[in-house]
Ligand binder design. Structure first.
Ligand SMILES: Nc1nc2c(c(=O)[nH]1)N[C@H]1C(S)=C(S)[C@@H](COP(=O)(O)O)O[C@H]1N2
Ligand SMILES: [Mo]
Length: 326
């Protein structure tokens, strides 16, 4: 593997060509160019080593989870991304418009937490987090994770297949789609800042077809790297949809609704020509503002290192999901 070390973290984040947040982030971007503001500070990167208290520890408050490793999804030819990097280089626009939101995300109240499962199903139910982890056996899976911005990671998630929850819900014949709603409270999730925040289509909504949700790859994560999810990664429960771009993986899910029509989603509402509902990883289909043929695989260490690798159709999961799209 030819990882290239990046001496300064700001060489990578908020890349002006490949930024989802460019839409509401132009002012910050100008500052980045002059070096006055960086997407991810050096402190965030070394937060673990320099922890002096909870404010300086991106892994604060996590507990160990036990889970069985799923032998079908273990580390492959791409090394697992450094944990510090995966928990300090984030997209979570409810808490800010840069990658450096992990401190702000600590304001997310995750206990108690409930997830409402409702809509066109026989068994509506509101789960609390204990219900979820007691009802559904936890497994560990290593998955490639590809952001539409063209960076990628490899993450060991802990959670359970969405299919298990779908089977428990028993959708009726009319149910064709599923809408996933993220936590939103405008006093806490204050958004990327600036006048546009209020006008953004909160809460963050994502959606899947019901047959996509039933695919073995669609996953609810309650943990990563052997412990519960850090808030910045979408605690206490988030979607992981490995064959789609990262934005399809809504964080901090509070509601799961089975519905008849395709739901409006956050990014598709905001910028319809750039972010389609389906959004499978497709190397041959460029984003209107950049190519998707290659990606910047973020390196295994705690610091930024990048290797340019080819982007794979369905993010390499064609054997599992290609039949959904013929
Ligand atoms: N609620 C919510 N979920 C979200 C986002 C967000 O801004 N809000 N960002 C998405 C995007 S664009 C990506 S790439 C991933 C990032 O996940 P990570 O920070 O754990 O790497 O979360 C996705 N889920
Ligand atoms: Mo993303």
């Amino acid at each position: 593997m030819a990882f290239i070390r990046i001496p300064k973290p700001w060489h990578l984040p908020e890349n002006r060509i490949t930024s989802e947040s460019a839409y509401f982030n132009r002012r910050r971007f100008l500052k980045t160019l002059t070096g006055a503001s960086i997407g991810l500070s050096a402190t965030a990167l070394t937060g673990c080593q320099t922890a002096q208290g909870s404010d300086d520890n991106p892994l604060v408050g996590l507990v160990n989870l036990s889970a069985t490793a799923n032998p079908d999804f273990v580390e492959g030819d791409r090394p697992i991304t450094g944990r510090e990097l995966a928990s300090t280089y984030n997209n979570f626009y409810e808490f800010g418009g840069t990658k450096n939101i992990w401190r702000a995300a600590q304001n997310l109240p995750t206990d108690p937490w409930t997830v409402e499962v409702s809509g066109l199903i026989k068994n509506p139910k509101t789960y609390d987090l204990d219900d979820l982890t007691r009802t559904f056996d936890l497994e560990e899976r290593v998955h490639r994770f590809r952001c539409v911005e063209a960076w990628s990671m490899v993450v060991p998630w802990i959670g359970f297949p969405m299919r298990k929850l779908l089977e428990a819900a028993e959708p009726t014949a009319e149910a064709k789609f599923v809408r996933f709603t993220s936590y939103y409270d405008e006093s806490i999730t204050t958004g990327p800042g600036g006048f546009r925040t209020q006008s953004l289509p909160w809460p963050y909504i994502e959606g899947l077809r019901i047959d996509e949700m039933a695919n073995d790859l669609a996953f609810f994560a309650v943990g990563m790297y052997g412990q519960t999810l850090p808030k910045q990664n979408g605690a206490p429960i988030r979607m992981v949809v490995p064959w789609k771009y990262g934005f399809k993986g809504g964080k901090s899910i509070v509601k799961i609704e089975f519905i008849a029509e395709q739901p409006a989603t956050y990014w598709n509402t905001l910028i319809p020509n750039e972010y389609k509902f389906e959004s499978n990883v497709e190397p041959d289909v460029p984003h209107p503002r950049w190519s998707q043929a290659q990606e910047k695989l973020l390196g295994p260490g705690p610091d930024f290192s990048v290797e340019l690798v080819p982007t794979l159709p369905y993010n390499g999961y064609g054997d599992h999901v290609a039949q959904l799209y013929i």
